[in-house]
Design a binder for this molecule. Structure first.
Ligand SMILES: Nc1ncnc2c1ncn2[C@@H]1O[C@H](COP(=O)(O)OP(=O)(O)O)[C@@H](O)[C@H]1O
Ligand SMILES: [Mg+2]
Length: 233
């Protein structure tokens, strides 16, 4: 399924309520987007939905790379959120990959590039790049590696979503990490305190090539997945 906004091709995010935050109705085709935020904010779920719904709803082949958990665990977690990856994997619409981050780790590894270059792959999600940052000897080296990776992947006709862990997301007093500057788009996720509980929130900070909402939106997670609550109810 191909979505156009004027001459620009749009890639639907696969998360209910998220496309509407972008004036053009989704990510720009061939762009790179960083999803940054606190642990437990919902980053991995949005990354899974990007690949899962990308394949199931939009028929676009996707590769999901986890550096954090086993593929088995990933499939199980996804099921709890209403996503059954196995069927899409069997059909060749989704490839789940575990790429452990170790010393000498190469982001655009042969293993990954081989998958990405396969026929029809349109979406790649990397969850997350934070272990790589911890491994890099200095920030300059880390930035160069990320930029090279973004260039390598997006030059393959792919729209890239990458997650990164932030220790703290303070929406009143934003602080940015080195990786926040490297991508075409930046989405932040975190928590706001509401009396005695916390509410998960999301905000689009930047998106090259499209206007976007500047507001903070509540995020809801349940057995059917994650949604952004941006509609009047
Ligand atoms: N079925 C579910 N119902 C409600 N909340 C869930 C469900 N599954 C996961 N969650 C919540 O989602 C959070 C994990 O989201 P995740 O995307 O893994 O966060 P992260 O930003 O760290 O990647 C968990 O902290 C959990 O509270
Ligand atoms: Mg995660």
């Amino acid at each position: 399924m191909i979505f156009m906004e004027g001459k620009i091709r749009i890639v639907k995010t696969g998360t209910p309520g998220l496309d509407e935050l972008f004036t053009k109705g989704g990510f720009i085709h061939n762009s790179s987007v960083l999803l940054s935020g606190e642990p437990g904010a919902g980053k991995s779920i949005i990354a899974m939905q990007y690949i899962y719904n990308g394949a199931r709803i939009y028929g676009e082949v996707g590769v999901y790379v986890t550096s954090e958990q086993s593929i088995e665990k990933l499939r199980e977690n996804a099921k709890e959120l209403g996503m059954d990856f196995s069927e899409l994997e069997e059909k060749g619409l989704v490839k789940l990959m575990k790429i452990p981050v170790t010393r000498g780790y190469e982001m655009a590894s042969d293993e990954l590039m081989k998958e990405i270059k396969k026929e029809g792959v349109k979406r790649v999600a990397i969850d997350s790049i934070t272990p790589l940052e911890n491994l890099s000897s200095d920030i300059r080296a880390f930035r160069v590696r990320i930029l090279t990776f973004i260039e390598t992947v997006t030059s393959q006709n792919i729209t890239l979503l990458v997650t990164a862990e932030k220790r703290k997301t303070d929406f009143d007093n934003m602080e940015f990490s080195p990786e926040d500057f490297l991508f075409d788009g930046l989405i932040m996720m975190g928590r706001l305190r509401k009396a005695v509980s916390f509410e998960r929130v999301l905000s689009v900070i930047k998106m090259r090539g499209t206007k976007h909402s500047e507001e903070l939106y509540p995020v809801e997670i349940n057995n059917s997945g994650l949604i952004i609550k941006n509609l009047e109810e």
